[in-house]
Design a protein around this ligand. Structure first.
Ligand code: ATP
Length: 361
């Protein structure tokens, strides 16, 4: 039995359907992420799991028990918000002790549990401080400690790292992974940051306009996106129109108009004549001097339209003969040199046949 089961849940606000017949199962011990653009319904779904809001239809089961009718404080669930929601007039210790006091724990138990919680977020020396005496990262750690101190079955995290700067955010991501491993509590995490979802999660549900487009492990979501929305929302990808000429168990042969033939990885449920797009990630595309012998089946000539130097890599936008633009990524192994090709240079671009993805919806 799954720890959390969301069955055909729908939530409407007036005529607007914010969550549309969503079904998700989360297993015990999982770090599960709801990922999607602003307004896709992530927070609405999280609020229904917490009990702050109710579905119009469908069920939310925790340990097999229907939660509809159980108020938030009676659910074995705690929510951590981006804004920390700490009590400003209470010390760190009192903030963390608060849920335990509410639950009527003994002073001795409160003392032990608060000390353990402070230790797990590495703030043992900060118990006497007030929230305004802490950095953003420390405040967030206090919020995590308070969320975990009551040993919830499920910790819900609504964009908890959203207020932190990029460097601190990365540090806190690693801490969050370690914390989850250490305490073993199931996490349901909400974010619109793709990289954060890929880095943290065991599984991700990608949401769009109230629907779940794909639920999978990060490497499957990135490597085998189910449709154009998922492919485009997660990471960078180039796409060109193409029609299937031949579908075999090992590969697809596509016609990409003026560009000619492109070979991609095989795909289930498609057949010759199907229209769609050929999609390719920039790190799968090789870029070479046009005179170089083609080594791969998918090899085309193009012209550098633009490039972007980002320090560790340079991204090239190459225009192909059929008018489509392909992005290629080249690691910068020569310090102090921003590019190997200039705008307007003729180049060869190529990719392995199994790196291309055919998408028809
Ligand atoms: P963000 O990342 O910006 O927080 P989200 O994916 O969490 O977005 P939700 O907050 O779940 O999105 O909102 C989904 C949709 O439902 C939005 O269009 C929002 O305007 C609408 N919505 C949410 N709550 C209400 C409400 N109480 N009344 C009316 N509309 C609402």
């Amino acid at each position: 039995m799954s720890l959390l089961e969301i069955r055909n849940v729908t939530r409407r606000f007036g005529n607007y359907t914010a969550v549309d017949n969503v079904s998700i199962s989360v297993e015990t011990g999982e770090f599960f992420t709801l990922l999607g653009p602003s307004g896709c319904g992530k927070t609405t779904l999280l609020r229904m799991i917490a009990g702050f809001d109710l579905p119009d239809s469908g069920q939310i089961l925790l340990d097999g028990k229907d939660m509809v009718g159980t108020p938030p404080e009676k659910r074995p669930v705690h929510t951590v918000f981006q804004t920390y929601a700490l009590f400003p007039h209470m010390t760190v210790v009192d903030n963390i002790a608060f849920p335990l006091k509410m639950a009527g724990k003994t002073p001795q138990e409160i003392k032990t549990r608060v000390a353990d919680a402070l230790d797990s977020v590495r703030l043992s020396n900060f118990g006497g401080r007030f929230p305004h005496e802490l950095s953003g990262g420390q405040k967030q750690r206090v919020a995590f400690a308070r969320g975990l101190v009551n040993r919830p079955r499920l910790l819900l995290l609504d964009e908890p790292l959203g207020a932190l700067d990029a460097k601190l955010r990365e540090e806190m991501q690693i801490e969050l992974i370690n914390l989850q491993k250490e305490v073993g509590v199931t996490f349901v995490f909400v974010t619109h940051a793709q990289n954060e979802a890929l880095a943290l999660s065991h599984r991700i549900a990608v949401m769009n306009r109230g629907n779940v487009e794909q639920t999978d492990e990060p490497s499957k979501i990135y490597g085998f996106p189910r449709n154009r929305f998922v492919a485009d929302f997660i990471g960078k990808i180039s796409m060109m129109n193409a029609r299937i000429v031949e579908a075999t168990p090992s590969h697809l042969r596509l016609n990409a108009g003026e560009l000619g033939e492109v070979i991609t990885a095989a795909k289930e449920g498609v057949k010759a004549g199907d229209d769609g797009v050929m999609a390719i990630r920039p790190e799968q595309v090789r870029i070479s001097h046009p005179s170089e012998e083609p080594r791969l089946k998918n090899h085309f000539l193009g012209k550098v339209h633009d490039f972007l130097y980002i320090g560790d890599v340079t991204t090239y936008i190459v225009e192909l003969s059929n008018g489509t633009y392909i992005e290629a990524l080249l690691p910068n192994s020569s310090p102090g040199r921003a590019t190997f090709f200039e705008v307007g240079d003729e180049v060869g671009v190529s990719w392995r046949h199994d790196a291309g993805i055919f998408l028809n919806d």
